[in-house]
Design a binder for this molecule. Structure first.
Ligand SMILES: C[S@@+](CC[C@H](N)C(=O)[O-])C[C@H]1O[C@@H](n2cnc3c(N)ncnc32)[C@H](O)[C@@H]1O
Length: 251
């Protein structure tokens, strides 16, 4: 995909990839420690144990590595070469394979999966409800009948107040230094979050990401249109800024 009207400068590259080398370089030191994988893995356990599992937007393997210890096989899809390179550099478990692919297109995967999941809002990296529905349908197409999709999606209850604040600077306990977030949302509900990481003695790191910020009932409507029945929604709680959806593919 080429740049479209929503793209702030530097958000996507010429192939439509959002997560470039800057974000990949700080993902494991800055972002992953703030989001321990345990809660996600506990929620996923009943669906992934012993199964062939798909992770959509696998990133650097924050969740895929502990899930691989429970699952028979994990296939991780991501369209960011730098994020996949970070994962490969750490060592990929023997039962995990990585596929560079864009979930906005049909997934180039062999065989069906007994479960799928997408954490930290990966599937929200779209520009419209139609694009989200299409991406969810691409996941649905590679699932066995009745298999479960577990989906972490940006919570409006958490992100709309951030938009109202505009720019916020916070100390980074795991990383040192500060991070400044600048958050805006446009008329099509595309949220742009700019991140500036600053630490004394190090070059600043700056990147931006865009996600579709829509209400819970609209996420549920996209799931239904994509061929899922929504089983449960757990609203964002404590420090987690995502709602958690559990949906089953309709045969
Ligand atoms: C916030 S990271 C989450 C990574 C991982 N799931 C985790 O929980 O740590 C979002 C990931 O989604 C990937 N992503 C975004 N848009 C994508 C697309 N269109 N196709 C495939 N992957 C995409 C990004 O490259 C990035 O690795």
């Amino acid at each position: 995909m080429t740049q479209d009207v929503h793209d702030a400068p530097g958000v996507r590259d010429g192939r439509g990839v959002q997560y470039g080398t800057a974000v990949a370089s700080v993902y494991d030191s800055l972002i992953a420690p703030a989001m321990p994988a345990e809660v996600a893995v506990d929620r996923l356990r009943p669906y992934v144990a012993g199964a062939r599992v798909l992770e959509v937007g696998v990133g650097t393997g924050r969740v895929a590595v502990p899930v691989a210890a429970l699952a028979r096989e994990v296939v991780g899809v991501d369209n960011s070469r730098p994020m996949l390179a970070e994962f490969r550099a750490k060592g990929v478990p023997a039962n995990v394979s990585l596929v560079e692919a864009d979930f906005r297109r049909p997934l180039p995967l062999q065989g069906r999966f007994g479960a799928a999941y997408s954490t930290m809002g990966s599937l929200a990296c779209v520009h419209s409800r139609e694009e989200l529905t299409a991406a969810l349908a691409h996941v649905r197409e590679v699932l066995e009948p009745g298999a479960t999709l577990s989906l972490e999606y940006y919570s409006t209850a958490v992100y709309r107040p951030l938009v109202d604040l505009g720019t916020v600077t916070v100390p980074m306990p795991h990383h040192g230094g500060t991070t400044t977030f600048t958050t805006t949302v446009d008329d099509a509900d595309v949220l742009t979050m700019g991140t500036l990481v600053e630490k004394e003695g190090e070059a600043p790191v700056e990147f931006a990401e865009q996600v579709l910020l829509i209400e819970r009932d609209e996420v549920e409507a996209c799931l239904v249109r994509a061929g899922f029945a929504v089983q449960e929604v757990v609203p964002a709680e404590e420090l987690l800024p995502y709602d958690w959806y559990t949906a089953r593919g309709v045969a």
